[in-house]
Design a binder for this molecule. Structure first.
Ligand code: ARG
Ligand code: ZN
Length: 464
């Protein structure tokens, strides 16, 4: 039976329509919050990351079955709102979202490509800390970068490996996947008995129950999401302690364990050398993960525990990835345009190691880099596209910039800059402009001539 619609009922219907249209209101009827931005306008990946909140902590609980390749997981994300939020986004590639909550209440989830939009039942006030949980599952994807490298979730012969530079981490957990939003992590991984899981930081427990082994990994220092890793497989481990009392825990696939032992055991002495030059090691744990060649195509400086294919597990690459713990991991790029800061310092660390231990002055490495045409394709802080982020100018021409600074300011000031830069931005982010200002401040002079030619100039200067 029908009933004449009264004015209050009509008003309620209008309010319901407004709610359906996506404008949440407060109990007093006012609408203050707006949706957080769907991207942070990174020059290379504009949709990467999300606006309106700052993640403090990720607690990731993963169960992985290498036979099916299936991941069943929960991400618990603790964040602080940086604006009044009616909705906010998370980045996620592939996988299925099974349910989501914000502060315990179910949240509506919308999906468009790699963007998840979560609409909490109540608005989140600016400045408030809130907790989001996302239950998700499926077979995580391998992502092929513009330069042909594989990242994201890589299946190996007995397990899997998660690599995230620059955008691969969204293939295995939802989050704010821009390097500017760093957070602490707890990563819990359950795998079939007989396999083990390694990740970043300190392992706080590992136990086997009902045919499955669960390891809990804790990263107490902030980490950019591209540096998060999980390695599942069979592993032989090595443990040690550095002279400065950092615990070193490394894992190598059994097929490469014997071949990698000598180099793995040099990590404490290499870190000691690095600390003398770059300042205190920024994290509470260290190590490496060595995989068979073929399962992974390149080494990556995953935080505290860099990953290597056996074929590039050599001294220069180990020095390079250890140096990234200061340059890139502790002080991280503000945007992907600043990646040359990561690679220039890591490359220069190789040059310094060769100078200190192999009778090859950095000047010689500089001249060799100067002579190679490939290093002059573009200025290091201006890769033409995302496909060029890992090209030689970012590494070698970047290191040449550092060498020109050294020539200009002298060794004492240069070593002050080497240690001072990661100390100034410890566990933070910094841009190329921050670097220029910092160097000029320490040097006490304007170096625009140097930047114009070596950092920003088109092509190779007439003489080295
Ligand atoms: N940052 C890594 C290193 O310097 C290289 C990562 C390569 N990734 C890629 N997509 N090509 O060792
Ligand atoms: Zn590197």
């Amino acid at each position: 039976r029908s009933r004449a619609r009264t004015a209050p009922a009509a008003a309620a219907a209008v309010a319901a329509l407004i709610l359906l249209a996506g404008c949440t209101g407060d109990t007093d009827g006012s609408v203050r919050g707006t949706p957080g931005a769907a991207g942070l306008r990174d020059p290379y990946f504009p949709k990467l990351g999300n606006g309106g909140y700052d993640v403090r902590h990720y607690a990731l609980t993963l169960a992985y079955d290498p036979r099916s390749g299936r991941l069943d997981a929960t991400a618990e994300i603790t964040a602080r709102a940086t604006q009044d939020l009616s909705a906010f986004n998370l980045d996620l590639t592939g996988l299925t979202v099974d349910r989501a909550t914000v502060d315990g209440a179910p949240a509506a989830v919308n999906r468009a490509g790699n963007e998840l939009t979560l609409r909490p039942r109540e608005e989140i006030d600016r400045g408030r800390e809130f907790r989001t949980t996302v239950a998700y599952s499926g077979v995580p994807e391998k992502i092929t970068d513009g330069d042909g490298a594989g990242e994201g979730w890589l299946r190996t012969k007995d397990g899997a490996l998660a690599l995230g530079e620059p955008v691969g981490s969204m293939a295995w957990f939802p989050g704010n996947h821009h390097p500017s939003d760093k957070a602490t992590y707890d990563i819990t991984v359950t795998v079939p008995q007989g396999l083990r899981a390694f990740a970043n930081g300190t392992r706080t427990s590992e136990r086997t129950r009902n045919g499955r082994t669960t390891a809990v990994w804790h990263s107490p220092e902030p980490m950019a999401s591209y540096l998060a890793t999980v390695a599942v497989g069979r592993y032989e481990t090595r443990t040690a302690t550095t002279p400065s009392k950092v615990t070193v825990l490394s894992a190598a696939d059994p097929s490469v364990a014997a071949a990698s032992r000598v180099l793995l055991d040099r990590i404490p002495e290499l870190l000691e050398w690095a600390e003398e030059n770059f300042g205190p090691y920024p994290f509470s744990s260290a190590g490496a993960i060595v995989e068979p060649t073929g399962d992974v195509g390149y080494a990556l400086e995953t935080q505290t525990r860099p990953v290597f294919p056996q074929s590039s597990f050599d001294l220069p690459t180990l020095v390079h990835e250890l140096a990234h713990q200061w340059y890139g991991n502790s002080v991280s790029p503000a945007t992907w345009r600043d990646m040359w800061l990561n690679e220039s310092f890591a490359t220069y660390a190789e040059w310094l190691y060769a100078e200190d231990f192999e009778d090859t002055p950095a000047q010689e490495s500089f001249e060799e880099a100067f002579a190679a045409d490939a290093n002059w394709a573009f200025p290091p802080a201006e890769p033409p596209t995302a496909e060029n982020l890992f090209d030689p100018p970012v590494y070698q021409r970047g290191a040449m910039v550092l060498h020109k600074i050294r020539q200009k300011v002298g060794d004492d000031t240069f070593y002050e800059i080497l240690a001072g830069w990661p100390a100034k931005h410890r566990h933070g982010n910094a841009s190329t402009d921050d670097f220029i200002a910092y160097v000029e401040d320490v040097a006490g002079e304007d170096l625009s001539g140097l930047w114009d030619v070596w950092l920003y100039g088109d092509g190779r200067p007439t003489s080295p």
